[in-house]
Ligand binder design. Structure first.
Ligand code: XMP
Length: 514
């Protein structure tokens, strides 16, 4: 595998992704990680990422000097290259102007890192410091049109530095350069395929579990469904227990679809818990969003525990759909938000805490990115409708019914949301949007139908584009579709009198309204 050391560069995740796309497994660790033999197990190459820091900043992160002594090829990208220079006695200086954007490069054609790359190509730069003098034993291999040192190499050791960013799509031949590094220079093989991953993870699960049983709490989303699929492939179905709690705050037909999907995957011990009444009565009269969330979270855990006892589920292991991004704890805390988001399912649950203490947690997705989970899901035959589903919050419709949640309001919102989402799919818009949903507002506005004035609910439609939910922009909705969908909703859902579209971005707004 290739180890990517993260110095806080925005594109660090992208480096790891590109390497995986080439077919080589890659992992990210914080830049200043101490390089021990254990960490170096199976590592065939190290990439040092970019960073917002300058090597001269007092608190700038530095790589453990050992990386230069262990003999594994090292590639420094941008700040990574500057560190190689700085730590080995070369000179880095601030530029008058940040060099940002496309830059033409030319290089000496014997440079192995640029094999099969035309002698001139357009790279992508983004740096405020520049390398002015290389350390002893290093030589310049490429310069940019501004005569900046764009690539260098140690004369005897496999240590490389490049000033540009091969991981971004604007950089020509970027993937080829990373491939040259991973395959030709580090000697990795292209073995990172979903089949291999499935085989490995299945073997691990079998070894870990033996003939004991595993419980998986299903939310119906992509991650838990894919984990269910993996467990049902790796183990005899009788060993796999799947529990799904219908809070009554789910979307239309959701529970039925979840059940069908899991049965199709071969589920035998499937516990669908109908807890609508319990949730609605606990939420009665509650208007404060945080209180609603807390009530739902606590009740969720309580019901899970009761049902596990009631149904005599004797599973010593607990499986979870934790992703790679949830696991990385680099300087920037990548994925920390994901942890917060999932808190009421995972972290706070006494069951999870107990299983963690006992070392009885199985996390078969913990090495995958979200789109790799989708690829794996596709590979094991999970339907597209599950794999392409927009995220859905744990508290469900309760945070989309502003103010008090009642059964009547749930029904109204379910119907309106169903029309909205269905239309997005029919019109081919669904996959352009990261997340879309309807929100029922706690106000009524006046309207006319025939000769009558009546007061109907106001419904807000939300659709955002985003890459991870941390920031988002309102989706530029085609006006014709928006008008038609609005008319369909007010025609079919009588108690809704008015539809509005939310055009706020995040920040300052959030994606959900509560
Ligand atoms: P916000 O509203 O914070 O949402 O911009 C970002 C993403 O997180 C989801 N979300 C939640 N997911 N439990 C969850 O499981 C929650 O309490 C929760 N709140 C927000 C939201 O749907 C969006 O995808």
């Amino acid at each position: 595998k290739i180890l990517v050391l993260d110095f806080g560069g925005q594109t660090c995740q992208l480096i790891a992704r590109r390497i995986r796309d080439i077919g080589v497994y890659s992992e990210i660790l914080p830049g200043d990680t101490k390089i021990t033999d254990k960490i170096m197990e199976d590592v065939k190459g190290i990439i040092l990422s970019g960073s917002p820091y300058s090597v001269y900043d007092k608190d700038s992160p530095h790589v453990d000097n050992r990386v230069f002594d262990i003999g594994v090829p090292v590639l420094g990208i941008c700040y990574g290259a500057q560190q190689i220079t700085h730590l080995n006695g070369g000179k880095v200086m601030p530029l008058d102007h940040r060099e940002y954007g496309r830059a033409r490069l030319h290089f000496d054609n014997s440079f192995d890192l640029f094999q099969n790359v035309p002698q001139e190509f357009i790279s992508w730069m983004s740096h405020g410091d520049t390398i002015v003098e290389l350390p002893e034993l290093y030589k310049v291999c490429a310069r940019s049109e501004n005569n900046i040192i764009a690539a260098f190499k140690h004369k005897n050791l496999p240590i490389y530095g490049i000033q540009f960013h091969p991981e971004v799509t604007h950089c020509e031949y970027g993937t080829r350069i990373l491939e040259n590094f991973a395959i030709n220079i580090c000697g990795c093989r292209k073995e990172w395929t979903m089949q291999n991953y499935l085989d490995d993870v299945s073997q691990d699960i079998k070894k870990q579990v033996g003939d004991e049983d595993v419980l998986l709490l299903i939310s119906g989303g992509v991650d838990s469904t894919v984990v269910a699929g993996i467990l049902l492939k790796a183990l005899p179905p009788a060993q796999v227990h799947l529990m799904y709690v219908d809070t009554g705050l789910m979307r239309k037909n959701e529970t039925i679809e979840v059940e069908e999907n899991l049965k199709r995957l071969g589920a035998k011990n499937l516990y669908i818990v109908n807890a609508e009444e319990k949730f609605l009565s606990a939420l009665k009269g509650k208007e404060d969003p945080e209180e609603k969330r807390r009530i739902i979270g606590d009740l969720f855990i309580k019901i899970q525990q009761e049902e596990i006892e009631k149904r005599n589920v004797n599973a010593s292991f607990l499986a979870q759909g934790t992703l790679y991004t949830d696991m990385i704890e680099s300087g920037k805390g990548v994925g920390s938000k994901a942890k917060v988001i999932k808190s009421h399912h995972n972290v706070r649950s006494p069951l999870v805490e107990q299983k963690r203490r006992e070392n009885k947690i199985i996390e078969p997705l913990s090495m995958l990115y979200k789109d790799e989970v989708r690829r794996l899901g596709r590979f094991i035959g999970i339907s597209e409708s599950v794999l392409e589903r927009h995220p859905f919050p744990g508290p469900g419709l309760a945070v989309r019914i502003l103010g008090e949640v009642t059964k009547e309001k749930c029904e109204i919102l379910r119907e309106a949301d169903y029309i909205y989402i269905n239309e997005l799919k029919n019109r081919g818009l669904y996959n352009d949007i990261w997340q879309a949903f309807a929100v029922l507002l706690p106000v009524k506005s006046v309207g006319v139908t025939g000769d009558d004035r009546h007061y109907g609910y106001v419904l807000a439609l939300r659709a955002v584009v985003s890459s991870d939910g941390m920031t988002a922009d309102a989706y530029p909705f085609p006006m014709k579709d928006l008008l038609e969908i609005s008319a369909m909703i007010t025609n079919r859902v009588k108690s809704i009198g008015r539809v509005v579209y939310d055009v706020s971005s995040k920040p300052p707004a959030t994606i959900e309204w509560e």
